[in-house]
Design a protein around this ligand. Structure first.
Ligand code: HEM
Length: 470
């Protein structure tokens, strides 16, 4: 049965201006598992049951309720929570609007066939060499940022993390490091991200319209950069863009799909958005969870101090390496636990290609089925005391049941940046804990949905340098 669910763009439902017109269905943990098992066993039997739930008003469906949840005090996930309490693990709803602000050639919007071709090209960029280079570059950015916090006082973790991850993405993708071009790009990307959550009205005063204009400017900047590269004006660039262009220009090209400039542009923008906001949000949640959990904080501090000592003893190198990160098993569990609890991408969609059945419910061609990763991550059948932050639950590598950890999605559309995201989180955590003592400042309970699940406060933290207090 599962083969009829095509994989659509990962954040398709929520990110790209809230889904296509039409019904879509949320599926939670038990159903998801059974769905996959049935797919494996090749079982399918038709019934005439439509999932419970409301399709709302004509045309706009339940869009108003969805937008209200996004802007409300309880957090955007409330939209899902309320309905799953009312209707059970599988319910239908209808949300208006479909825009592809990242572009029709993006991995996130491509048809299944096109997606396969694009992914086969892009996946090559995520080699261990690229990750090693990113670790060094990211470490440099974090060290610089941390030095800037020297004066003490309060910083907003989310704001700082967004700046660092944006710079890291632009350096890795385009070798853009500073200057007006980078600043304008940052403003425009942020406009596009906001527009993804706006009602899709194309009037000059709407956020949606401004997002479309920002997208045009981004495309024109990328066009100029590509043209410079093609004319050989930036010969020493070592970045993703250069790899894509070099392959295209290579006469002994290996027969893979050649990317057009439009495909390159759309996917560079996709990777900036997919990599910046998610990682920054995940870093923020991680700092919050550690700040609230004395035991885990003390455990990791002891381990990171040992790690620093080890690094100092064994070499005089200035920056962390991938090997250093591989020596941080407890920190890796902190990261996994933070990702589980935060569910930064709380659900991800698949488009139904043919009428099919899920758990006795008839699912129609053209609907989007959303896997509710958050309810899976907080399911007490899968995780003991799921609301407790406990990195040691991952002591046993085989503890996780299949399909129970979905922070990076699953299947043919799994996150391409998994290892990069984990590496960036590890670097940030290591540097923060070995440089500063932190005290979390204020109420962190309120969550907000920007493109991804975030803390409304951004997580204000008071810092004091460790060397000053020891
Ligand atoms: C903590 C940080 C991150 C989280 C939680 C995250 C999560 C996700 C999730 C849930 C998906 C959808 C998977 C699915 O539909 O099955 C996804 C897709 C994707 N992510 Fe990430 N991601 C993160 C960081 C990154 C980074 C650093 C990059 C690097 C550029 C990246 C690039 C992508 C891309 C390109 C896709 C689309 C893959 C496809 O459609 O084939 N992500 N991510």
């Amino acid at each position: 049965m599962f083969e009829v669910l095509v994989e659509v763009g990962p954040y398709g439902l929520c990110l790209y201006a809230i889904l296509g017109v039409g019904a879509f269905v949320f599926v939670a943990s038990e159903l998801w598992k059974k769905m996959v098992l049935r797919q494996l066993n090749g079982e399918y039997s038709g019934t005439s049951n439509i999932p419970p739930g409301s399709l709302g008003l004509p045309f706009i469906g339940e869009t108003i309720q969805f937008m209200a949840a996004i802007n409300g005090d309880k957090g955007f996930y409330d939209f899902v929570r309320v309905r799953s309490e009312r209707y059970g693990n599988c319910f239908k709803t209808n949300i208006f609007g479909e825009t592809h602000l990242v572009g029709n050639q993006s991995l996130l919007c491509a048809s299944p066939h096109h997606h396969k071709l694009l992914r086969a090209r892009l996946i090559n960029l995520f080699s261990s060499n690229s990750i090693s280079l990113l670790v060094k570059q990211f470490d440099q950015l974090v060290v610089d940022a941390l030095n800037g916090w020297e004066h003490g006082g309060t910083i907003i973790v989310l704001d700082e993390a967004l700046k660092i991850t944006f710079k890291a993405m632009c350096k890795m993708l385009l070798s853009l490091e500073s200057g007006v071009e980078l600043e304008l790009l940052q403003e425009d990307v942020s406009q596009v991200c906001k527009a993804m959550l706006a009602f899709p009205l194309r009037f000059p005063w709407t956020g949606f319209y401004k997002g479309l204009q920002a997208r045009k400017r981004i495309m024109s900047t990328l066009e100029k950069i590509i043209s410079r590269r093609r004319r050989g004006l930036d010969p020493n660039s070592r970045d993703f863009l250069q790899c894509l262009l070099a392959k295209d220009d290579n006469s002994t090209f290996d027969g893979m799909h050649r990317l057009t400039d439009a495909e390159i542009q759309d996917n560079i923008l996709t990777m900036i958005i997919a990599g910046q906001d998610t990682t920054a949000s995940a870093i923020t949640w991680m700092v919050k969870y550690l700040g609230e959990n004395e035991e885990a904080l003390e455990a990791i501090k002891a381990k990171q101090a040992e790690q620093r000592q080890l690094a100092e003893n064994t070499s005089k190198k200035s920056f962390l390496t991938l090997d250093d990160l591989n020596e941080m098993p407890y920190a890796s569990k902190v990261i996994k636990e933070s990702l589980r609890m935060a569910s930064v991408v709380p659900w991800f969609p698949r488009l139904v290609l043919e009428d099919c059945e899920i758990e006795g419910y008839n699912i129609k061609k053209g609907w989007n089925v959303n896997i509710d990763a958050r309810s899976i991550h907080l399911d007490s059948m899968l995780y003991n005391e799921p609301n407790n932050f406990n990195p040691s639950r991952f002591d046993d590598e085989h503890f996780c049941k299949p399909y129970s950890f979905l922070a990076f999605g699953m299947g043919a559309r799994t996150c391409l940046g998994i290892n990069m995201a984990k590496a960036m989180m590890l670097v940030f955590l290591h540097r923060l804990l070995t440089t500063y003592k932190q005290v979390i400042d204020s109420d962190l309970s309120i969550e907000k949905w920007a493109l991804f699940s975030r803390l409304r406060s951004g997580c204000p933290v008071q810092l004091s340098r460790i060397s000053n207090i020891e």
